[in-house]
Design a protein around this ligand. Structure first.
Ligand code: C5P
Length: 331
């Protein structure tokens, strides 16, 4: 099913993505305001837990698509996953890249302040557009390119650090660690663009359902995630277990991350990676505003409002040319 055949699913998936990303950002911000006692949870273990949850949810969704017939489910899993090993192996590419990306982002976050990290990571909007054009032969008009530049600038301004932030302890960062952090984000931008568009190509070229594709992706994500967990935190896992430091907020973050993977997959299938970029940009504004009213950990400045206006203007500019001359995807 192409996105033009399902405009309703396209907007529903993008809308749910806005809500999901906003909740994830808010929960993460909230978890930072909590005082931690006892051991901290292992980020590498949270990645594995989210993959397992994603696989189980997708299995349930495939089961629902086949009237809850377990016999049909096992037949489909056998035919589509076990018997089509080469097809399944294709998903190891985005899965491997996403695992690398998730780890690069943890490296970036521990070497950069959150604002620089988030602002630099917006370059992925451009890398995604470049990969969409080169790998999917997507055609973007002049105004659409312009709107992507405006979007990038807008998100960067929205996330610009404010002097008055009474945020968590800011520690001074050395030039060396800044460099490591920025390199990690830049590589993550390239991997984000490539993996997203590669997954989009697989989803739109083949008939398999998005949930089945996500099970394949999740299986590799799980294996790579386990390898990462034992490589980084093997010692600690053996000593205190995989679930050390888990609390209610950790579980909420894991659930939101798993749901996030599913919503992102649906948005890539029914809309595309570029529109997904617009949805997440809008959710950054939404979560910041909610955070201002509820958590009171942020004070909007004129820079924030200028950024928000640019993001919204970019969204309209992109949609305007989209209507005037719909872009063609040949896959
Ligand atoms: O920053 P970016 O948009 O590239 O992040 C995508 C995230 O979504 C990655 O963390 C990846 O693990 C996740 N994802 C997923 N399932 C998909 C596609 C992406 O979990 N089908």
């Amino acid at each position: 099913m192409s996105s033009s055949q399902s405009p309703k699913l396209k907007y529903v998936s993008l809308g749910v993505l806005v809500v999901q990303t906003t909740s994830l950002v808010l929960t993460m911000r909230y978890s930072r305001t909590l005082k931690e006692d006892g051991p901290r949870y292992l980020a590498s273990s949270a990645v594995v837990s989210a993959e397992v949850l994603k696989i189980f949810t997708c299995i349930l969704l495939v089961l629902r698509d086949h009237n809850f017939s377990v016999r049909m489910l096992s037949q489909i899993l056998k035919e589509e996953i076990a018997n089509k090993a080469m097809e399944t192996m294709k998903l190891s590419i985005p899965a491997g890249i996403y695992t690398l990306q998730n780890n690069l982002l943890y490296i970036a976050l521990s070497n950069l302040d959150a604002a620089t990290y988030q602002v630099t990571y917006q370059l992925k909007i451009l890398t995604t557009a470049l990969f969409s054009v080169s790998m999917l032969e997507k055609k973007l008009g002049l105004y659409q390119w312009l709107s992507l530049l405006v979007l990038m600038a807008g998100v960067a301004l929205v996330q610009w650090p404010t002097e008055s932030v009474n945020g968590p302890q800011q520690r001074p960062l050395s030039a060396g660690s800044q460099f490591v952090g920025v390199m990690a984000v830049l590589i993550a931008c390239i991997s984000s663009g490539f993996a997203g568009v590669y997954f989009e190509k697989i989803l739109k070229q083949t008939k398999q359902s998005v949930w089945l594709r996500n099970i394949q992706l999740g299986l590799f994500g799980f294996v790579f995630g386990l390898m990462g967990m034992f490589a980084y935190d093997g010692e600690r896992v053996r000593e205190f277990g995989m679930f050390q430091g888990y609390n209610g907020v950790t579980c909420t973050v894991v659930i939101l991350q798993a749901v996030g993977g599913l919503v992102i997959a649906a948005a890539i299938k029914y809309a595309d990676n570029i529109l997904k970029g617009f949805a997440t940009s809008l959710s950054i504004i939404l979560s910041t505003l909610i955070s201002y009213y509820w958590l009171e950990d942020f004070e909007p400045t004129s820079v924030f409002f200028l950024g928000a206006v640019l993001v919204i203007a970019a969204t309209f500019l992109y949609g305007y040319e989209h209507k005037a001359a719909p872009s063609v995807i040949k896959v």
